[in-house]
Design a protein around this ligand. Sequence first.
Ligand code: MG
Length: 160
Amino acid sequence: MIRVGMGFDVHRLVEGRELWMGGIKIPYHLGLLGHSDADVVLHALCDALLGAAALRDIGFHFPDTDARYKGIDSKKLLLETMRLVAEKGYSFGNADITICAEQPKLNPHIPAMQQAIAECIGCDVDCVSLKATTTEKLGFTGRGEGIAAYATVLIEKKSL
Ligand code: MG
């Protein structure tokens, strides 16, 4: 049986924070604001995985009111998400992720993000697709107020 899931996340860009996306630190003068490391890419991916397995959402499993998750590396949230998905009998198929950001330019960082995500999931880098787009200076992403990410995943359960 195969199942699909989609995830969406947004974080605000602010001064005085590191910019973590796709499991890596990206050099930029602004960073994403959040209770965790605010890795918008991994959060969208976690939500897509949870959605595919009908396991609610990231806020349900990792509430931002819980001190355990303060400043946490979102790769740990992805690992725990993969554990939950595997517990329900599913294995990872592939992910396709789109990041909407006016700045910084993300294309040079895509291979490293792909690598970090694939290592975390334990899959081939070829199973993790990342795309970056601007929104033509329109909306909050276009004004550089925040970054948004969309993720689609496929998971599968081998029939007995
Ligand atoms: Mg988030």
